[in-house]
Design a binder for this molecule. Sequence first.
Ligand SMILES: Nc1ncnc2c1ncn2[C@@H]1O[C@H](COP(=O)(O)OP(=O)(O)OP(=O)(O)O)[C@@H](O)[C@H]1O
Ligand SMILES: [Mg+2]
Length: 287
Amino acid sequence: MDIVYFPRDTNDREDWIEDTIQPRIAMQRGHNVIVGDANKNHDGAVIIGNGFKQFNINLGTPLWPRLEQVSKANTYALSDTFANHAGRMFELSEFTPEQIEEAVKKIDRPCFVKFVAYQKATSLCKVDPTEHIEAKLHKHYMYEFVRLGRDNPNECMTQERVDMNYEYRVFVVDGEPVTGAGCVEVHTPLENTTVFNSAMEKNRNGGHIEDRLDLSQSYERFARDVVCPSFAEEGFVDYSLDLFQDGKNGELGIIEINPIHPSGMYAIDYPKYFDSVISVLKQNQPT
Ligand SMILES: Nc1ncnc2c1ncn2[C@@H]1O[C@H](COP(=O)(O)OP(=O)(O)OP(=O)(O)O)[C@@H](O)[C@H]1O
Ligand SMILES: [Mg+2]
């Protein structure tokens, strides 16, 4: 099985560590790792490293990531599993100031607006029902309404703002949660200590890292017993799952899901993730 490595251009410590651990583990496992060629087709390859995304390199039909799962993950906003475990009210609409204003008024609580038709298209905007909503939206998004709006009734998610505490990311491969870690920006797989790492921050980027084994175990159970089986029924099997605990009622909920590759790793157990991917691909190979 050829492993094709696309390094990314970065001077960020965490990104660099994420990109170097991938070929290192693959080589330690005895795989033949070759560096990606931007002009070649990569049908049947296992892709590692995040450079293909950064430079928009066409991968053809790789074995991994499974591209149909990459596009599937981007449709999470439409899924019942997300709706049942979002732990907050939300409305989907076209990405227009008029429709977003309507959604904020319907929710009638402080909101976050997020463009969801595809990943990381633009930033989130805080909007309160008591303020001048259209003015706030125009100030924040300006030309984004023209650049991104596509008359798609599901492209924008206006959601109630809740106390999102202890944000946590779980990597799900073929429907199984395989490893996880708190969304601690300064952490990388080098800081990993247990498969479901227990270091997390109450407030993302708050700078105060706590060891919460009780909560990492609850997140693992929530993913394994509740969220992943339900997503699998809807056809979502490879993705990164972002979870939170509501600061008001202590309930666990889903922030969002993203395509598994390339998702930021934080302190996940990367070797465990790599081995899970290879084992799933081997099971699926015709004998
Ligand atoms: N409904 C909400 N209530 C409170 N905080 C929220 C809400 N939605 C998102 N956030 C905060 O904003 C952050 C980013 O949200 P989200 O992951 O949905 O967007 P994103 O575009 O993927 O951004 P990022 O690249 O930072 O993950 C979350 O990690 C969380 O801290
Ligand atoms: Mg996110």
